[in-house]
Write a protein that binds this ligand. Sequence first.
Ligand code: NDP
Ligand code: 7N6
Length: 308
Amino acid sequence: MTPDRLAVHDSVGIAFPPELLVDALADLAIPVERVGDGADLGDGDAVATFSPRPEFHDAGWVHCIRAGYDAFDVDAYESEHTILTNSTGIHGTTIGETVAGYMLAFARRLHVFRDAQADREWRDLDYADFFTLDGERLCVVGLGTLGRGIVERASGLGMDVVGVRRSGEPVPGVREVYSTENLHAAIADARFVALATPLTPETEGLFSTSEFETMREDAYLVNVARGAVVDEPALVDALQQGSVSGAALDVFETEPLPPESPLWDHEEVIVTPHSGAGTRDYYRDIAGLVRENVERLASGDEPLNRVV
Ligand code: NDP
Ligand code: 7N6
């Protein structure tokens, strides 16, 4: 496939103003145009998009501006011979900093004080409520771009980092890497467990009652992966019964998180609105990936981050 036009779909507006990406790629050798739903697309068309649309299967190449492409019908891309690429590789710093922030908040009780501040309350906590991250064990489940971004920051904070990946192969900065079959051994002694896997048939519901029962009662769950990696009702039960202490959640089974969710009310739950990878530079990172792949495809080379 040789792209002769790049269409920037309006759905990228979920992450940044679409014109920023159009302008950042204006010097490409091919025209770059914004498109809405129902665009007429053909083999020479490339599309950069946040969300899937059925008409994209008529294009030659579709670039998903997210790392997670679980919303895309990969089989349809394969059968239509439409190239699908994703945006893995760009979220290590943002997510790494977000997860460091969650863990620091729990250890240093910042979320409690911010809640108290809303009531102009000078809240005295018990001396034993505070701890430090230094020396605490973190288990990172999923050791790709996100996982490694988390590992780097946690190591800098003096944490004892273990992890889980499919292959069980070693990763720099991770003291011990477990394969998925040994998940329970990996999480049993961790004070924090951070989920950073894609959503796949294997990871859907990976964390449910037996995982929460295996975790320490003083442990915190962090989910920056996808909501469905966690059995959310089982997490609510685990929080209510005290089999885990708390959770920092960026992703949910239903987004936005419905107002009636008990997760909103738990003091030891930090809810962020799928903002963990947010940055004003997001469009620049996407422009870099798209530019590289336009050039690769024009030269007949394999594109980066090819899914199918
Ligand atoms: P990568 O492909 O770089 O890494 C995925 C990692 O998950 C790999 O280490 C892989 O193992 C591991 N993995 C896959 N399946 C399993 C499994 N069954 N058990 C244990 N480990 C598994 O992806 P990224 O790090 O770029 O992104 C990961 C996901 O995070 C995305 O798919 C997306 O859903 C989510 N995401 C969320 C964001 C947010 O805003 N909150 C931002 C960006 C991504 P191995 O190394 O052995 O292959
Ligand atoms: C957009 C975040 C991903 O999968 O969910 C995230 O990459 C997208 C700011």
